[in-house]
Design a protein around this ligand. Structure first.
Ligand code: CO
Length: 497
């Protein structure tokens, strides 16, 4: 039988490169420095990517906190080298690039200045898929004439798509909602890598009948299914997929671009990319990768996490649960915690497990196991139950709600409006906090988003305090010396044997 990809009208698969954002965020704790991007920036621009994701997610936090780099400067610098390929960023809705909802005045200024710095495509998501949390940022994205990519966080309650909450109708409904909000493209975001190949085929086929905007797929290789997911999605007509160059791909990152280009070669969905150029770019990443190797998880032989196939708890969340249990000297209760995560999540309204809800649910589940159910409740859980993050996919369990909100400072009856409507403006406070340190609105935003580490960063930036050694980072020369010392030590040991 002829493969249908071999004949018919041409429909090249478009590809977004995530090497400079999700790639190193997923594998190397978001530590890649701008200086290591620049040598290949111009060549990256020649590949023909639909967009390059270069910012957002954890980059803003990591850059100003750990790298001592100005996050806005990265966009401006890269833009000098990458002139043709649009830039994309991951924006956490009203959480912007932080971990809580910010007031509208901060959100507006953030989008405006990010556009000014050179951002083109805004991938906007909300951990609860409550799109009221998009309103303020989308208004500014549109006002600046930029691309609004509406995102649905992909979540499951069963082994496969379906059940009471995250079923086909849920996703179709959410997709239509985003298209009606003016989304230029739709993104299905599978942060945990739990999407399975035939579910995605079914979902894309159905969405193609219901919406007209292009569909982009974002997944992680975590469970090992991602390559199969992409192939089925491509066959079902997905428009764009996210990949990374091979050295920063696979494991908990995205699938690698090179095998996809080779797989689709001379089919109707041929990407048209130059494989030789991609290999050359990969070589550069290999050459700088040693600087970052200490951040790579190497405690297991397997590069995939098969546990995810069974319990669907995202990888990052598992490591948090484990470290929390270790601290309490109760690691033997991990299985209990896995079961409790499912129960707690259900009682708290079945939020998708993504930043910040994965942490909120995870921490509470551990507390429930260690101290008795809801005997100790975190402030974040109280805020969530009160409605400060938005509307949960299902209602919070009424009994649980009542006990959690008993004596809560804001009141015992939850709010139901848009989350940011309950926040006072914050920019003036940030201005006071920054004082004369902030020389521009870019500086002001760093302090508005991260009050303490933001102020510390501006002191480094303007030379008022020296950057600590760990912030200036290891050089390849340091690594080479380490390697030589290690080789010499091994040689000594071998001689002695
Ligand atoms: Co991701």
């Amino acid at each position: 039988m002829d493969n249908f990809l071999e004949s018919g009208p041409k429909n090249p698969l478009k590809i977004q490169d995530n090497t400079f954002r999700d790639g190193h965020q997923s594998l190397l704790a978001t530590r890649m420095r701008t200086e290591d991007m620049l040598p290949i920036a111009e060549k990256m621009d020649e590949v023909g990517f639909w967009a390059m994701e270069v910012w957002g997610g954890a980059t803003f936090d990591s850059m100003h906190r750990f790298l001592g780099e100005d996050p806005f400067e990265r966009i401006k610098i890269l833009k000098k080298y990458i002139r043709k390929t649009p830039f994309s960023m991951l924006l956490r809705g009203q959480n912007l690039v932080g971990y809580r909802n910010y007031a509208d005045d901060v959100a507006r200024l953030f989008v405006d200045k990010t556009c000014e710095a050179g951002m083109d495509v805004f991938r906007v998501f909300d951990a609860l898929n409550d799109f009221r949390n998009f309103q303020t940022v989308v208004e500014r994205i549109k006002a600046n004439g930029k691309h609004f990519q509406g995102t649905i966080c992909y979540s499951l309650t069963e082994r496969r798509m379906g059940g009471e909450v995250f079923n086909l109708n849920y996703y179709i409904g959410k997709a239509k909602e985003l298209q009606d909000m003016g989304a230029d493209t739709l993104c299905l975001k599978d942060m945990a890598g739990i999407m399975s190949p035939f579910d995605i085929a079914k979902l894309i086929t159905a969405l193609k009948k219901e919406i007209t905007i292009p569909i982009q797929l974002h997944t992680h290789y975590t469970s090992g299914m991602a390559s199969m997911v992409y192939l089925e999605a491509v066959k079902a007509g997905v428009d764009i997929v996210d990949t990374c160059l091979a050295p920063f791909a696979l494991r908990t990152s995205q699938p690698a671009v090179e095998p996809i280009v080779a797989t689709l070669y001379e089919t109707v969905r041929d990407t048209g990319f130059d494989l030789a150029l991609l290999l050359e770019l990969g070589e550069h990443i290999e050459s700088v990768a040693p600087k970052y190797r200490d951040y790579l998880a190497k405690h297991r032989m397997s590069v995939i996490d098969t546990g995810v196939l069974q319990h669907q708890v995202p990888g990052g969340m598992i490591s948090n649960l484990v470290s929390q249990l270790k601290e309490a000297k109760a690691l033997d209760r991990l299985q209990e915690v896995y079961r409790e995560v499912a129960v707690t999540r259900k009682e708290l309204g079945m939020p998708p497990l993504v930043t910040p809800t994965s942490q909120i649910v995870g921490v509470q589940a551990v507390l429930n196991v260690l101290f008795g159910r809801y005997k100790m409740v975190t402030n974040e859980v109280k805020d969530l139950v009160y409605g400060l993050y938005g509307k949960t996919p299902t209602p919070v369990d009424p009994q649980v709600q009542k006990s959690i909100l008993k004596g809560y400072k804001r009141g015992e009856t939850p709010v139901t409006g848009r989350a940011a409507d309950y926040l006072e403006p914050e920019l003036d406070k940030a201005r006071q906090n920054a004082g004369t340190l902030a020389k521009s609105e870019f500086d002001l935003l760093i302090v508005a988003l991260y009050p303490s580490t933001g102020v510390r960063f501006l002191k480094w930036k303007y030379g008022l305090e020296p950057r600590p050694k760990q912030v200036t980072g290891k050089t390849l020369e340091d690594i080479r010396k380490e390697d030589e010392a290690m080789a010499a030590a091994i040689e000594q040991v071998c001689k002695a044997m």
